[in-house]
Design a protein around this ligand. Structure first.
Ligand code: SF4
Ligand code: SF4
Ligand code: SF4
Length: 170
């Protein structure tokens, strides 16, 4: 068994950074330590993902790479998994939204609306600024955390932000 809390203890990562160090897993997945204990690393989910965003991560465990694209919530990873690692699909797929950081071009006076144009949930609107470029405003209640705005952003300004901390970590 790979003990995540123990591994992080020795890597001396401050607790405040732990959530950002946790790999991005698939939607509807059970909590991290139970996933690590139960995943056989069979790679079935990697092969079936329709947007090819599931990659071989640390230790051979599958994780998502939003730099490759977005999650379409197709449920194929959950359907193909032979282990009991996924929660009921009636639940929310995960508790995360994106965060638009100060690397956004609009903070430098450059007009850009790429993220809004690529959000199929219309979660990003633009607010005109007096004498400046329109700035993107995220409506968190509309954001599904799909990651669809991350890859198209020309300044790599969008991060995933977990809205609930990983409770099993100490
Ligand atoms: S739900 Fe579909 S698109 Fe999202 S990670 Fe799973 S297989 Fe890939
Ligand atoms: S795509 Fe990136 S740079 Fe462009 S407005 Fe959105 S966050 Fe800013
Ligand atoms: S993560 Fe998905 S839903 Fe949220 S703003 Fe980006 S594209 Fe829209």
């Amino acid at each position: 068994m790979v003990d995540i809390a123990r591994r992080r203890l020795f890597s001396r990562i401050p607790k405040a950074q732990l959530d950002t160090q946790t790999p991005q897993r698939m939607p509807w997945l059970i909590e991290e330590q139970a996933f690590i204990d139960g995943c056989s690393r069979c790679n079935k989910c990697v092969d079936v993902c329709e947007t090819n965003i599931i990659i071989h991560g640390d230790g051979g465990f599958p994780e998502l790479d939003f730099d490759k694209g977005e999650c379409s919530f197709c449920e194929k990873c959950a359907d193909v998994c032979p282990e009991p690692l996924f929660l009921p699909r009636a639940d929310k797929p995960w508790k995360q939204v994106v965060k638009i950081t100060e690397k956004c071009l609009s903070f430098q006076g450059v007009e850009c609306r790429v993220c809004g144009e690529n959000c199929e949930y219309s979660a990003i609107k633009f607010r005109l600024q007096v004498g400046g470029s329109a700035k993107p405003i995220l409506n968190e209640s509309d954001c599904t955390g799909c990651g669809g705005c991350i890859k198209p952003c020309p300044s790599n300004a969008i991060d995933i932000y977990k809205t609930e901390s990983i409770k099993q970590e100490v």
